[in-house]
Ligand binder design. Structure first.
Ligand SMILES: [Zn+2]
Length: 340
């Protein structure tokens, strides 16, 4: 390994950990790469925890054909990174995030206009939204390639119902772009959704007896309460949460139902097939194989509720196609959940 390659791998590991720490992605979602030459870049692996990443798990990939050596598989979105390095010779780093506000507003195809000069310097005048493609597919790669070449000045992109992509001169700058994007996206979200008004009244606490009955009923050891502003706000509507985001349908389930607090039977039934259930006026309950899994569900549910609240008010926004959503849940449950 050359010194350049080694340095880049260490920087990618640091950035990956920072990404999780700052809440810009959860678990192994998202991916980070850094260019090491005109022909190669290094990227985070597919499905390995960021907590335990070591340099030998960071994969060196050839830009021309996304080929790599060794047993560790690069991120399933390595093709997108390769295309960006090919299309933009000045780009030295690429970060794909599942950040909260940017993902929530990505349900609307209009993109994001950047107004402040400080943020324009990082992101360009507009953060466009690409066409939709399911994660890890040729369609997504093609959609991103098209937008990256159509908008040569943009350095941030929304991947619809999924997340964001940032491209920059180096990892540090690209990280700042991700943070700036989240800031702008948060403002945009709050200009349309007035969560606080709806969520102001906190619900009474769920009783211990209810937890015990549900835990027994669905046989899960890890059952946690989710009462973030958007989750609480959405639960007050008493409606089913549609699959607005890719990771929501993968990790929580497709169509999260809303049950009445007295209807324990329905809550148990829902949690036997899904990892979350909304409780009218109370928020939600989330399950997982481990406490970390349940916490990830809680985080993704909050983001999904944000996307729904935003999507219901924004023009042209729509949730995922139900077939795509079900397919993603199936693939996630049977192929990736063990790798997390
Ligand atoms: Zn992703």
């Amino acid at each position: 390994m050359t010194t350049e390659e080694e340095k880049a791998k260490t920087a990618v590991i640091q950035a990956a950990k920072e990404l999780v720490k700052k809440g810009l992605t959860a678990r192994t979602w998202g991916n980070i790469s850094a260019r090491i030459s005109d022909t190669q870049f290094v990227i985070t692996p597919s499905g390995l925890s960021y907590d335990t990443l070591t340099a030998d798990k960071i994969v060196t990939v050839n830009i021309c054909d996304v080929s790599y050596e060794g047993d560790v598989k690069p991120s399933s979105e390595a093709g997108i990174h390769a295309d960006v390095y090919k299309l933009r010779p000045s780009v030295g780093a690429v970060i794909h995030t599942h950040q909260k506000a940017a993902s929530a507003i990505s349900v609307c195809p209009e993109g994001l206009l950047i107004e402040s000069e400080k943020e324009k310097a990082l992101l360009g005048n507009i953060v466009p939204c690409t066409a939709y493609g399911m994660p890890g597919t040729k369609e997504l790669r093609k959609a991103v390639r098209k937008t990256v070449s159509d908008d040569p000045e943009s350095r941030g992109f929304l991947l619809p119902r999924h997340g964001a992509l940032l491209v920059g001169s180096d990892l540090k700058t690209t990280f700042l772009e991700a943070e700036a994007l989240e800031c702008v996206a948060e403002k945009k979200y709050h200009s349309i959704v007035r969560e606080s008004g709806l969520a102001r009244k906190r619900p009474p606490e769920l009783t211990k007896a209810l937890y015990i009955r549900i835990r027994r009923g669905c046989g899960t050891a890890h059952l946690i309460y989710a009462g973030g502003a958007a989750t609480l706000c959405f639960s007050k509507k008493g409606e089913k949460l549609l699959p607005w985001l890719d990771d929501l349908s993968q990790i929580a389930g497709v169509n999260i139902c809303c049950c009445d607090i007295s209807d324990v039977k329905s809550m148990v039934r829902e949690l036997q097939h899904k990892n979350a259930v909304l409780i009218k006026g109370y928020g939600a309950l989330c399950t997982g194989n481990t406490r970390e899994d349940a916490l990830a569900v809680k985080m993704i549910l909050e983001k999904g509720c944000m996307a729904a609240l935003y999507g219901e008010k924004a023009a042209d926004a729509r949730p995922l196609n139900p077939i795509d959503a079900r397919l993603q849940r199936f693939v996630y449950r049977y192929h990736y959940s063990k790798m997390s």
